[in-house]
Design a protein around this ligand. Sequence first.
Ligand SMILES: Cc1ncc(COP(=O)(O)O)c(C=O)c1O
Length: 389
Amino acid sequence: MTYDFDSLVERRGSGCVKWDLCPPDVIPMWVADMDFPTAPCIVEALRKRVEHGVFGYTVVPDSYYDAVISWFSRRRGWTIQRDWILYTTAVVPALSVCIKAFTEPGDKVVFITPAYNCFFSSVRNAGCVASESPVIYSRDGGVLTVSIDWEDLERRCADPSARVLLLCNPHNPVGRIWTPEELVRLGELARRYGLVVLSDEIHCELEMPGQRFTPFAAVSPENLACSVTMNSPSKSFNTASLQIANIICSRADWRERIDRVINIYEVCDVGPFGIVGLQAAYNEGEEWLSQLNAYIWENYCLLRSMFAAELPSCPVTSLQATYLAWVDVSALGRGSQEIVDSLIACEHVRPGPGILYGDDRFLRINLACPRSLCEEGLKRIVAGLKRFL
Ligand SMILES: Cc1ncc(COP(=O)(O)O)c(C=O)c1O
């Protein structure tokens, strides 16, 4: 079966953050969700559940755990035991819960920047201090590749007030999949200085062709023992509003701490749609996902060729995963928010400003939309950026 990613679905008026928070003529390429309907197997499973018609309190069935375990075993060769899995409402609550569980106010949380904006807010909300380790960019023609500044990262991990190393794998917004070698090294670093690794792997299924994601905890028993993984099918299957995520941790004593915070913050109850949607995604969604990834890759290739042809002074970060392109617009000599404001006002297109992710030199462009819309949005962005040259 070939799935349709080309058709435009009207999202305006559906209570949609991405579209309904933009003026009516603006193409939104900012918040990280997709304009594609989710996989038909998920829609079908939800339809059946809706038709049942009773939506009282819900228990998470064995088949839910089986779906999670089978998915990671089939796709990553990672054996997860059932009692390692704690479910919760979404990945950001999972992240905040885990930071709370392993820190005291004033402690430092180390992470690689730029970073997903909620990393900054979750750390702040826990009363902790962000210790930001900026990546290193290398430019080759119109393409940027990203690497970890190991010296800087080690200095930050060695700080006696550092408690947690918060990873994003694959990384939003730079689109890197950390290699098994890098994951081994990150694990060694964390253990050397007694840090708990919290690994946010929500983007892990959005692998671009030829790329392979490895979970941090699957690399070695040592990495498993010093880490907590947070995951959800929500990013890859575009089901963020179904509100379901998993925290996976092999250590019973750590799970107890996490479970306590989950209960303190009352994020322990999930709904039937999240449960049903996750099982449909993990049991039947593989083929849809692989076609989705191929489609996103073509959108990214379009962006690359447009920037190479029209804006060679703005290099594009190489994309290994996710549908978020990270583009260096520092040559324009303006702040990223000013650029975005001008793109909204003059070109009617809205990418994300890099400042939101901790780097004012960049724009983040969401490519997860039908090709025709993507092409039009990119044309508008290119035209708007060229005005600043
Ligand atoms: C790295 C990362 N973690 C978490 C989230 C949000 O997860 P959730 O909607 O499950 O809270 C996002 C959304 O873009 C993300 O990029």
